[in-house]
Design a protein around this ligand. Structure first.
Ligand SMILES: [Zn+2]
Length: 253
C-alpha cells in the first residue's frame, strides 16, 4: 500500500476568525489544501480533490469576496497521471465533506464510486445546501455518479488498513480517514475536523461550522482514536505541517 500526499492548491483566508474565533478581526492566513491518493492491492482511493484545476496558472487566483482567495500551481490531473493513476481510473472517491475547496475536481473521477456519509449527501443535494456552506454548482456532476452512502465508519478495502471515520460537526456528515501504514504507522487525515494544528491543540470550534456540539464530540472522539491507534493527525489545511510532508511522486508506506 502507498499513500501519496498531493498539493490541491493553497488558500489565502481573508478572515481567520471564521476558523479561530479569537484570532481578531481581519487577520489573513495562508493554508494548504492537501488531498491524498491511496494505492492499495485491492484498488485505489482518492481522498478529497482540492481546488479546481482550471485555476492553475491564474496569477491572481479566484477570489470569494470577504472569505478567501484560491490558488492552484499544478493541475491535480497532471500529477495523478504522472503517478500512473489518471483520475478516470480511480476506484473510490471519498470526500471529507462538500465544501468547495474539497470538491474542486470531482468531475475528473468519472469511474469512481463516491464514499460519503448519507446525511452529508442529503444536505448537499437537499433544499438548502447554502446553509452548510455548500455550492451545488461545484459538485453537480456527482448527482449522476454511483454513490455508496455511509452511515458511520467504513473499512474501504475490508482489511482494516483504510477506514473512513464519521466525525460530524463542521458539516452534517464530515468524515476523516484513518490509514494504518505498516512502516509509517497510523495516520488520521483530518478532513476539516480542524483547520490548523494550533486549533487542534486548543480544541477550537470554528465559527464557520454546522453544529458546534457535534464538533466538540467529534474532537473528543478523534482524540480517543489517535490515542488508541498511536496515530499522527495530519491536518489537511495546516500549511507548515503539510509542507513538511513528502509529496508525490514520493509516498508513505
Ligand atoms: Zn476545507
Amino acid at each position: 500500500m502507498k499513500l501519496y500526499v498531493l498539493d490541491g492548491g493553497r488558500i489565502e483566508i481573508l478572515d481567520w476568525a471564521r476558523f479561530q474565533p479569537d484570532a481578531g478581526p481581519g487577520v489573513r492566513r495562508w493554508i494548504s489544501d492537501s488531498c491524498y491518493l491511496i494505492v492499495h492491492p485491492r484498488g485505489t482511493l482518492m481522498w478529497d480533490t482540492g481546488l479546481p484545476d482550471r485555476l492553475a496558472g491564474v496569477a491572481e487566483g479566484h477570489t470569494i469576496p470577504g472569505v478567501a482567495v484560491f490558488h492552484v500551481t499544478e493541475p491535480l490531473a497532471d500529477r495523478l497521471t504522472a503517478l500512473g493513476h489518471p483520475p478516470h481510473e480511480i476506484d473510490f472517491l471519498a470526500l471529507s465533506h462538500f465544501h468547495p475547496d474539497h470538491v474542486g475536481n470531482v468531475e475528473l473521477f468519472r469511474g469512481a464510486t463516491l464514499l460519503v456519509q448519507g446525511d452529508e449527501y442529503a444536505a448537499a443535494f437537499g433544499a438548502s445546501p447554502g446553509d452548510h456552506g455548500f455550492d451545488p454548482q461545484t459538485y453537480a456532476v456527482l448527482r449522476e455518479r454511483p454513490v455508496a452512502p455511509l452511515h458511520g465508519d467504513h473499512d474501504v478495502f475490508g482489511d482494516g488498513t483504510v477506514v473512513i471515520k464519521r466525525l460530524p460537526g463542521h458539516t452534517p456528515g464530515s468524515q476523516s480517514l484513518l490509514v494504518r501504514l505498516p512502516d509509517t504507522g497510523s495516520v488520521l487525515v483530518s478532513g476539516d475536523l480542524v483547520h490548523s494544528m494550533e486549533n487542534w491543540t486548543r480544541r477550537v470550534v470554528p465559527t464557520f461550522n454546522s453544529d458546534p456540539q457535534e464538533t466538540v464530540r467529534s474532537l473528543e472522539l478523534a482524540d480517543r482514536v489517535l490515542a488508541e491507534e498511536n496515530a499522527t493527525l495530519w491536518v489537511q489545511h495546516d500549511l507548515d505541517q503539510q509542507s513538511a510532508l513528502r509529496h508525490g511522486p514520493a509516498f508513505y508506506t
